[in-house]
Design a binder for this molecule. Sequence first.
Ligand code: BEZ
Length: 401
Amino acid sequence: MKTTTRLGRRTLLKTAGATAALASAGTLVPAGFAIGQAAKVKIGLMLPYTGTFAQLGQAITDSFKLAVEQRGGKLGGREVEYAVVDDESEPAKAPENANKLVTRDKVDFLVGTVHSGVAMAMVKVARDTDTMLVIPNAGADAATGPLCAPNIFRTSFSNWQPAFPMGKVLADRGIKRAVTLSWKYAAGEESTNGFKEGFEKAGGKVVKDLWLPFPNVEFQPLLTEIASLKPEAVYVFFAGGGAVKFVKDYHAAGLRQSIPLVGAGFLTDGTLQAQGEAAQGLETTLHYGDRLDLPKNKEFREAYRKMTNREADVYAVQGYDAGQLIAAGLDAVKGDVKARKDLVKAMETTEIDSPRGRWTMSKAHNPVQDIYLRKVEGMENVVIGVAHKALADPARGCKMT
Ligand code: BEZ
């Protein structure tokens, strides 16, 4: 049976009057709220839950929810509701997936994703529909470069950021000839470019870039080519399941002794249980290290372990900080997502107390953060130095309107 509620004209006028009175008194009833019923804030999680980046998407999801749970299940005083989509790290499906979250589910914030190609589609949808977007991993340089916008934020890194310092680290060791190897898509290309920029500025020379398509893991022919090129070092960008296979294959090919292998820290983050012996001693650069001696890191790792029965990694840290960033914004406007200017201002100016160490937002909305040099010891990426202090992405082409 269909139920209709009829309100008399007098009731309607009374309700309208009460709403106006509350608004003019500056009472905290955010726009879009039904009287007597605080609407939930809607978060659209668009992340990979299948494929080579599945574990990364899960870590981000769990830690985002941890940040919300630590705030009593609320952001800006409002209960949280999630709409969740598996993006499969599939750029071709990304526009439809992101549009569904915005138009069908009417999310207040899009949160995603891991894969740079998918993130670029999310950036386009966020720009076209003026939806708030928080990127908790994908490093696509353009998101906080030429496509930067007031409604687009990142809590992770640009692909350039962890790669550039590794170039100097190697050159300072007297290494002159390096080869790179990566998946041929935005993240692999931009990570390679960042490394090359740092390495060649410091006096090294990249003699060859080797590629394979994402998410291909047929490494054997490329390992044979590396052996014949005999560089002094190899720099790679791989992550997730592909990183596990690559590190094992490099070790099995017997190259570890003759040609040092380095990379952006995704090579050994969240992967060590599966890589085991093959990863021992590998050095990488990243904005996080497992044993960082910070109270926030210890507290976070404990809470994450308790919640998931797993060890935290960089992806968990970035997801947690996405929750912390949105909380900072919504707290400032008491949950009123329509107070856009104040919301954005609060997200721009907050200092995030992160497990990676405190960080601030650059003008382009990307973290300004320390990049650590780490070495694998047992099941941990142990920080052995700071490769670059408070590094900001150059944000080439960003004109924030
Ligand atoms: C990316 O596609 O941007 C990415 C994926 C995994 C780890 C790091 C970056």
